[in-house]
Design a protein around this ligand. Sequence first.
Ligand SMILES: O=C(O)c1cc(=O)[nH]c(=O)n1[C@@H]1O[C@H](COP(=O)(O)O)[C@@H](O)[C@H]1O
Length: 224
Amino acid sequence: MSSPIFVAIDTPDMERARAIAAAVKRHAGGLKLGLEFFCHNGRQGVLELADLGLPIFLDLKLHDIPNTVAKAVQALAPITPAVLTVHAAGGRAMLEDAKAAAPAGTKVVAVTVLTSLDGDDLNSIGINGNSHSQVERLAGLAREAGLDGIVCSGNEVKAARKQWKDGFFVVPGIRPADSAVGDQKRVMTPRGAIDAGASILVIGRPVTAAEHPDEALRAIAATL
Ligand SMILES: O=C(O)c1cc(=O)[nH]c(=O)n1[C@@H]1O[C@H](COP(=O)(O)O)[C@@H](O)[C@H]1O
């Protein structure tokens, strides 16, 4: 079985992205390319890294009116990412239109509550609940809209999986026990997230900031 770990290649520097991708390619389940990479390297950069043969998770966290998001998804062609993110808070019509615009082989997943937010952050943007209730609400919305799954932290994935048994659950905010947390607030160990029901783990700095990314990745994989 291929690894559930998608390595987040968060850099605008194509040389560095190529080097990290080449280093981890034998032991990663896929590559996650997000805003930092995409804003600088665009579709061409994505296609170049896709040539390595690993599944590509394109993390653009699209969030706009339904027509704009649907057209943006169409404009990604000829990229056919294995996974694509949109923001659940865009609402049901946006989610439905994003899914309808995506290629058949692309899992469209909705970001629920960013792992960099805690309860106080949620209150400050007018959400008077905790991350658990908000993730459950948005998971229900994503499911009703026909999406493939959600992005949430390891803390909520167990409850979300319970309400959506065949959902695809992406879990970032992954930190091995000895890792720096950085800007993440809702974190979980790799093993904890898998045990709680994650389908895939997104791991960036604990791998990419290591002196030897492939060794760091294999050490994490050994804990699963
Ligand atoms: O959609 C994501 O991938 C995502 C959602 C979320 O709630 N939190 C989150 O950290 N991510 C992404 O996951 C990666 C985490 O990177 P590290 O914190 O370096 O492991 C980054 O590329 C984030 O953009």
